[in-house]
Design a protein around this ligand. Structure first.
Ligand SMILES: Cc1ncc(COP(=O)(O)O)c(C=O)c1O
Length: 398
């Protein structure tokens, strides 16, 4: 099956208003997602929130079965939370670690995850090992494996960093984790929806992600996959009457499925919208969507590299839809504002987002332009032309 770009764009009303290269921030939603949510909110207003939920139970439950299909997991291995950060946190803080235990990660670990590592290093006196990168920027897998020692209790990596096109070798790291028998937590926030992920092939035990980026779902939704065989060993950091049953005055029992990581209250409208977004993603010819994202990003990198005083910063031998660049004469924030005046959306990535990667490379701020399959070659070319105009020396001084 071929990707029908015209249909994809017709399903995406936002493309008529903006050239949206901020898909790694929040993609433009499919119109069916927005419509399902608005319709549900109207129903809530008409008949009451709990009653609306009851009458739309199947649609509200859809994220569990559809995510399970997308990731090759089972519905009871899926939890739906309010964002990817909390999803990741619920897994990470559930891993029991003693003083002297070690976590192994890479240089591209997401800022919030690394702050959580540091908190546990200070509070629980654990140690953090960071695998080096090779000359290409890829994680050095031999060095990674050599860092595993008798006290290594968790491997936690980010599949695609927030601030660069590099794709970490999630499956190769999964194979290492399995050989060593160490639990493996994958932050797939920037990869689910742009790169096919099969949790069996990747070999991860826990995986976190979001609805709003490459899955094109609503804001305010994150999710967590936890392998069934791991569930009993992971006690959530918080419990409530959704995560556990109060079975006698003095006892409770944590529920057996991944919903032990959830809280009871949620936006049902967002869940319904997420279910629609997932079904849209499942209906796409996926390898083609992934290839198209890569083709558009490669073209954008090539165009930007051809501009004077412009550096493209993405490393690695396998790259995705995130393109990062800077220009010697136009600071990233100014570039973002100048592009916004032309109705072109990008964001700025700061060094603190992935300090261990960016600070040693002397990068403080970069423009992040992230493409999706619904973007076009024409948009890439118009964008590159706009950057060329914005960075002309006579304009910079003017
Ligand atoms: C790699 C990565 N992990 C986690 C997150 C956090 O996701 P959320 O904002 O949904 O909590 C982000 C957000 O940009 C991210 O890029």
């Amino acid at each position: 099956m071929n990707l029908d770009i015209e249909r994809l764009r017709a399903d995406t009303p936002g493309v008529a208003d903006v050239l949206h290269f901020n898909n790694a921030g929040c993609a433009l939603p499919v119109s069916a997602v927005t419509e399902a949510m608005v319709e549900y909110l109207r129903l809530e207003a008409r008949i009451g929130g709990y009653e609306a939920q009851e009458s739309m139970r199947e649609a509200a439950e859809r994220p569990y079965s559809s995510l399970a299909r997308l990731l090759n997991a089972a519905p009871d291995e899926i939890a739906v939370l309010e964002n990817a950060t909390r999803a990741w946190d619920m897994a990470f803080y559930a891993v029991r670690l003693q003083p002297g235990d070690r976590i192994l990660t890479t240089r591209t670990e997401y800022c919030s995850n690394y702050i959580a590592f540091l908190q546990r290093a200070r509070r629980d006196r654990i140690e953090i090992d960071v695998a080096p990168a090779d000359a290409n920027g890829d994680v050095d897998l031999d060095a990674f494996e050599r860092l595993i020692g008798p006290r290594t209790r968790l491997i936690a990596i980010t599949h695609v960093a927030t601030s660069g096109g590099l794709v970490n070798p999630a499956a190769a790291i999964g194979a290492i984790a399995r050989r060593a028998g160490i639990p493996y937590l994958l932050d797939a926030c920037q990869s689910v929806g742009q790169i096919a992920i099969d949790v069996e092939a990747v070999g991860c035990d826990m995986l976190s992600g979001t609805a709003r980026k490459f899955l094109r779902g609503p804001r305010g939704i994150g999710f967590l996959y936890v392998r069934r065989s791991m569930l009993d060993s992971l006690e959530p950091p918080f419990l409530d009457d959704h995560a556990a049953n109060w079975i006698s005055d003095d006892t409770f029992e944590v529920r057996g499925d991944a919903r032990r990581f959830e809280t009871p209250e949620c936006s049902v409208a967002a869940r319904i919208g997420f279910g629609v977004a997932l079904d849209y993603a499942l209906a796409l010819p996926f390898p083609e969507a992934e290839q198209r994202i890569r083709m558009l990003a490669d073209r954008l990198r090539a165009r930007l590299r051809g501009l004077p005083a412009t550096d493209v910063h993405d490393l690695g031998s396998h790259r995705c839809g995130i393109v990062t660049f800077s220009n010697a004469g136009v600071p990233a924030e100014r570039m973002k504002a100048a592009l916004a005046r032309r109705r072109m959306n990008v964001t700025v990535s700061a060094a603190e987002a992935t300090r261990l990667d960016l600070v040693p490379r002397g990068i403080d701020r970069m423009v992040r332009a992230s493409v999706h399959y619904y973007n076009t070659v024409d948009e890439v070319d118009r964008f590159a032309e706009a950057v060329a105009v914005i960075t002309q020396p006579e304009r910079i001084t003017a």
